[in-house]
Design a protein around this ligand. Structure first.
Ligand code: PMP
Length: 358
């Protein structure tokens, strides 16, 4: 069971091998129908059962109680940057945003086009290398939007803001990676292509009671209530990405669920950050207490040697390590499906590099 390539891609990202196997088989013969999952109606019995299973798995993994609805929508997490304010921000109201990175900034930008916003906290002053803490949250906000994990900058909220206003989180890059109380949130959304499945679908978990308050005339495709009423089939949903996400959630459950994932994710992050701190050639880019357990960002002390490190990485079959241009250096994305073995392979290369060049 040797890994051919260690895939540290930030997203689309590594999926479990057995999920890829099952997904490819369903492209030929889904549910023993002798039909491909790609060529059946989304309103067929088998397809509806599959989407229902996916919804139930999301609810189970997030620990959601009654009153939550699960949608699988197109348009990426970026579409939710618009749909959240469109569905929650009253024409006379104000939405709060915690600005912790490029994606949070984009979410804020869309909300600004729909209504009034307030940036309650920001870490832009230090190129988003930390998570703001101890800020005041006005109680009259229509909602507070946070980004639980900042994929580009490598920071993660270890604790969520305590507030009485509806809390909305973009969890695109750390959904299902650690135990959270889903019931603390009004909306949780996540583009699938990091921890959940392939690109093409975005999961949205919504506390239904929080909807329908904007006073806005709603366009159907942008209206959560329309999608809820149609059970996520108002239009043709992205069936195949939903299917692969469902398989990934099944895999997650089979492998011990969120609790087991959190433990192994912590272990992977711990050993990798320990090596970054120990190794004389590298340093981390964020405040230590805010380090992400999903996207590990680090830079080289002698950037002129990057090409040498890239050569060693390539020889060891490490892939997808290039940092985002806003941070530079390196980013190892170590999502649920990435095994400890791959992290160890990276650490070995970092040590080999240090021996050669320090
Ligand atoms: N939010 C976060 C935290 C992300 O990492 C990304 C990146 N893929 C997005 C939103 C945007 O997602 P999409 O490309 O699905 O619109």
């Amino acid at each position: 069971n040797m890994i051919k390539v260690h895939n540290f891609s930030a997203g689309p990202a590594i999926l479990p091998a057995e999920v890829l196997q099952q997904a490819s088989e369903a492209c030929i013969n889904f549910d023993n129908l002798n039909l491909s999952i790609l060529e059946i109606s989304h309103r067929s019995k088998n397809c509806i059962a599959m989407v229902d299973e996916a919804k139930a798995l999301v609810k189970e993994l997030l620990g959601l109680k009654e009153g939550y609805q699960i949608l699988f929508l197109g348009g990426g997490a970026s579409m939710q940057f618009a749909m959240v304010p469109y569905n929650l921000l009253r024409t006379e109201g104000t939405a709060g945003y915690v600005n912790t990175g490029a994606w949070a900034t984009k979410a804020l930008k869309e909300a600004n086009k729909i209504g009034k916003t307030l940036v309650v906290a920001s870490s832009e002053d230090k190129n988003f290398n930390y998570i703001p803490k101890g800020y005041e949250i006005p109680t009259n906000l229509d909602y507070l939007h946070i980004t639980s994990n900042n994929t580009i900058f490598g920071t993660q909220m270890k604790n969520f803001p305590k507030t009485s206003v509806p809390l909305v989180s973009d969890m695109s890059s750390d959904i299902f990676s650690r135990k959270i109380n889903g019931n603390d949130f009004s909306i949780i959304y996540a583009g699938a292509q990091k921890n959940m499945g392939p690109a093409g679908v975005t999961m949205v978990a919504i506390r239904e009671a929080d909807l329908g308050k904007t006073g806005r005339k709603m366009l159907s495709m942008l209206d959560y209530q329309v999608h809820i009423k149609a059970e996520s089939m108002y239009n043709t949903p992205p069936v195949f990405p939903i299917y692969v996400s469902m398989l990934t959630m099944r895999w997650l459950k089979k492998n011990g669920g969120i609790e087991a994932m959190e433990k192994i994710n912590q272990k992977k992050a711990d050993v990798l950050y320990a090596e970054i701190d120990r190794n004389r050639m590298f340093k981390g880019t964020t405040e230590v207490e805010d380090r992400s357990n999903m996207n590990v960002t680090f830079v080289m002390n002698k950037p002129e040697l990057e090409a040498e490190f890239d050569k060693l990485s390539k020889t060891a079959n490490l892939s997808g390590l290039k940092g985002h241009r806003d941070v530079g250096g390196y980013r190892a994305s170590i999502y649920n499906a990435l095994p400890l073995e791959s992290v160890n392979a990276l650490i070995e290369v970092m040590q080999e590099f240090e021996k050669k060049f320090a």
